[in-house]
Design a protein around this ligand. Structure first.
Ligand code: SAH
Ligand code: F3S
Length: 481
């Protein structure tokens, strides 16, 4: 599994650390090596960056040693994510000694959070670029050619990179991300994202559909619509979500929300599977659930972070919903989409979390029985509301012990769901060879569970039916029928 958000055994696509497809390189062209950390949005952004730089004559390489430009697309979500990048930078000393003209740049959330401080702290770094400033990369690189260091961390209310055609990096040719919103307005008290990725804005649906059609034509079989808060998607001609009220009546009348977008995409590419991530409980409307139920190509799987089972903690997290409202939403999902898999994000050890609060988290998990989970212990992030107003007062050992409880309970539930699959026949989209055995395929069910089965005459991108015969906590094993 990649570093960053995915810290448990989960069936999400493998993170693709530093993988880049080698494209045709012409004499005199420069070579770009890009490594991505953290959330899926960063992987998607790296594809936008590769697109911007390909117009400048950069071809991508998998070999860092031959690169002229090395970019790290970074994550700030927890302290550990930042430390990972800092440790990685230490390895670049030798690279730069061997090739003094190599440019090293930091993109993404660390760039935005630390700004030009990064240049002081990490002497090897030449370039610091925040998530909304990638179009400025060609200019910034010219400054560096002129012998200077360069920084652009300006956030935007409009930028969605909607008109750009991402260069697909290191993927499997079967599944791809399409970014639909940028930024987040939710201001969860623990979260650095609203500061590093700015205000929420949505991308023109026409460009989203065009990207889906292009992927379909190129043979891709699954797309994941990406945003920090996809349910909050709202296109009204451009601009920040929070400015919607100020829009003209005609812009409002022709606006497109997330349920409508799902309808449009599902109809445009009926042969593709459609997924989306991430949903936030307070923004998930029933019309979205009905759209999922209505379209057989929208996967019955919802990633619905909750963070805690205690209403008291949820309030201090500024989550915009309490335990009862969340349970109510789970019940509506189960009624409207009966075989929907649900996964969560959970945080242990938020400030002032008591053992009773922790027990409420465990009891919520028992009640919902999630298929999967992404579980973390609280990491205080500078300048967030929580950092400014609450003491980080749960001892690390307690945070970790509670996290262990959460992870073991989740393992039990994942196994419960996997055992229930035994004897079932599932549609599996083949993504590639199993990591553990070249004689087996690796794919996923619509519910996002990983299935491994022996190869016969199939190929990646095929939809096949597999009889599930055995399982582990994270994987179903079977044979094609
Ligand atoms: N809406 C976003 C959430 C990004 S952060 C999305 O698209 O996924 C992903 C997860 O990291 C959060 O749901 C939360 O569980 C966890 N997280 C965020 N800030 C954290 C912090 N300060 N400490 C520990 N975990 C955190
Ligand atoms: Fe962070 Fe909450 Fe937005 S977790 S990304 S502020 S929904």
């Amino acid at each position: 599994m990649g570093k960053g958000l995915i810290e448990t055994n989960t069936p999400l696509p493998e993170a693709r650390q530093g993988e880049v497809v080698e494209s045709q390189s012409n004499e005199g062209f420069r070579r770009l090596y890009i490594e991505s950390y953290g959330c899926q949005m960063n992987f998607s952004d790296s594809e936008v960056v590769a697109s911007i730089l390909s117009s400048e004559g950069y071809s991508t390489t998998r070999d860092i040693e031959e690169a002229d430009l090395v970019l790290l697309n970074t994550c700030s979500i927890r302290d550990k994510a930042e430390q990972t990048v800092r440790n990685r930078l230490k390895h670049f000393n030798n690279l730069k000694t061997a090739n003094p003209s190599m440019t090293i740049g930091i993109l993404g959330c660390m760039a935005e959070r630390l700004k030009d401080k990064l240049l002081d702290e990490e002497k090897l770094v030449d370039l610091v670029v925040g998530p909304d400033a990638y179009r400025d990369l060609p200019n910034l690189l010219k400054e560096i050619d002129g012998g200077r260091k360069a920084v652009n961390v300006i956030l935007s209310k409009e930028e969605t990179y909607g008109d750009l055609q991402p260069v697909r990096l290191g993927g499997n040719g079967v599944t791809a991300f399409i970014s639909i919103t940028r930024g987040c307005d939710n201001m969860c008290s623990f979260c650095v994202v609203p500061f590093t990725r700015g205000r929420e804005r949505s991308r023109n649906p026409d460009t989203i559909i065009q990207e889906a059609l292009d992927l379909d034509k190129a043979g891709y079989k699954e797309i994941t619509l990406l945003g920090q808060n996809v349910d909050s998607y709202l296109w009204y001609g451009g601009g920040a979500k929070k400015d919607f009220e100020k829009a003209s009546e005609s812009a409002k009348a022709t606006s497109v929300d997330f349920a409508q977008l799902l309808d449009k995409v599902a109809t445009a590419v009926p042969g593709m599977r459609i997924r989306f991530s991430t949903s936030n409980p307070q923004d998930m409307a029933d019309v979205v659930l009905h759209a999922i139920a209505r379209h057989s190509n929208i996967c019955n799987y919802i990633h619905l972070p909750v963070q805690s089972g205690s209403s008291k903690v949820l309030k201090e997290m500024n989550r915009g919903h309490n335990r009862e409202e969340y349970i109510d939403l789970i019940n509506r999902i189960r009624t409207i989409i009966p075989d929907c898999a649900i996964s969560m994000d959970m945080i242990s050890g938020f400030p002032n979390e008591t053992d009773e609060d922790h027990q409420e988290t465990l009891s919520l998990m028992e009640l919902v029985k999630y298929h999967y989970g992404f579980m973390f212990y609280y990491s205080e992030r500078p300048n967030t509301y929580a950092a400014r107003n609450f003491e980080d007062n749960v001892p690390l050992a307690t945070k970790k012990a509670r996290l262990d409880d959460i992870i073991s309970l989740q393992r039990k539930h994942s196994f419960f769901w996997n055992e229930a699959e035994l004897g079932q026949i599932r549609e599996v989209l083949i993504e590639g060879s199993s990591k553990k055995s070249d004689d087996h395929w690796y794919g996923r069910t619509p519910q996002n569970t990983v299935v491994v089965f022996p190869k016969t005459d199939e190929k990646p991108g095929d939809f096949v039916h597999v009889l599930i015969e055995s399982c582990t906590t994270a994987t179903l094993l079977g044979k094609r029928i």
